[in-house]
Design a binder for this molecule. Sequence first.
Ligand SMILES: N[C@@H](CCC(=O)N[C@@H](CS)C(=O)NCC(=O)O)C(=O)O
Length: 235
Amino acid sequence: MSVTKLYNAWFCPFGQRAWIALIHKGVDFEYVEQNPYDKTPEWLAVNPRGLVPTIVNNGHSVYDSFICVEYVDEAWPNSKNLLPKDPYQRAWARIWSDHISKKIVPSYYAVLMKKNEEEREHYKQELLTAVSLISDNMSEEGPFFLGTDFGMVDIMLAPFAQRLDVVMKHFRNFGIPDNEMFARYHRWWKAVQEVPSFKATVQPEEKLRNLYQRYADGTATSEVGEAIRKGTTLP
Ligand SMILES: N[C@@H](CCC(=O)N[C@@H](CS)C(=O)NCC(=O)O)C(=O)O
């Protein structure tokens, strides 16, 4: 049987999701560092969209981080479920994963990339509203989104929580306020930082900041960068 491969770029928050999922489930895989911007025929043969993350398993390519996380959970079933068993709880986890993709991620990039201060203010408010909404819907007991088990929603949010702390504070002097409204969010984030699979994927802060400089300058030519500039949906 061929070895399972994860094509990723060290800095990519989407790729980090698939990476965390594979480690968390204890999957034996090979990490392949890939430059996703260089759309060589070899790379496009692995993923026609040319985006990381991409998981290659049993001769098939699986891509898009949300799909990768679900796939990992289903392809390597074990006690470390990333999605709960109950259909409604599964739907609930997907509802909030979708919220992260549609509300939190785009506003994070917009605060980072928009040049106009007024526009940035608008997206800061959107980001805070979106984060407070997800915090209000985290399980009371916690510490994770659904309770005691680290899972899908936590994986979807964690790479961006890290960038809010490391990148956003540095370039925009802006973060999630440490007040009553966001107390549950901060309890969640503290617990996530102790999860071994998450810890294993964390990159040095300085390295991340250097990489995000071009987003903060508004010059990033990635598909995400183009989408934020044009106001279209993210890839
Ligand atoms: N929706 C995709 C987005 C993945 C994505 O945008 N990855 C970036 C790196 S962080 C990429 O591969 N960019 C290549 C490009 O922009 O050409 C996912 O969730 O996996």
